[in-house]
Design a protein around this ligand. Structure first.
Ligand code: ZN
Length: 139
């Protein structure tokens, strides 16, 4: 793992949340819809890391369930890795069960997650930034 890539905050109204964080001095990149995960996300860079605001786009999004159960708040912490496939392999060898066996396309790269049950209550995301030859991901 290279560094903390981002900390994600689940919000019920993305535009409202962006406004709040803009007031604090954050500037956001364009909003992405990640259809595989039924969410919309907006990233703001701070130094070497980012914050991610994440909001559900569907009733059966896991983020919707999170909001219903816990309300707004920190949703996951993401660590950057150099090679997501190798990281998934290593985690499995050490007895973890990544939520996605195959890396998924997130808003900013290839990702997988570790269930909070395995990591003391924190949803952990791993990201390999970028999509290889593909510059953007507008799915
Ligand atoms: Zn994330």
């Amino acid at each position: 793992m290279k560094k903390v890539d981002h900390i994600a905050i689940a919000v019920s109204d993305l535009e409202k949340a962006k406004k709040t964080f803009k007031k604090l001095g954050f500037s956001f990149e364009e909003t992405h819809e990640v259809s595989a995960m039924k969410v919309e996300t907006a990233f703001a860079k701070i130094g070497e890391s980012h914050i991610e605001l994440i909001t559900p786009t569907s009733k059966d999004s896991t983020v919707k369930k999170f909001l219903q159960k816990k309300g707004e708040g920190i949703h996951h912490i993401c660590f950057e890795v150099t090679n997501i496939e190798a990281s998934i392999q290593k985690m499995k060898e050490k007895g973890f069960q990544p939520i996605y066996d195959k890396p998924q396309k997130g808003a900013q790269g290839l990702v997988t997650f570790l269930h909070p049950k395995e990591t003391h209550g924190v949803l952990v995301e791993l990201i390999q930034r970028g999509f290889g030859e593909r510059e953007h991901n507008h799915e």
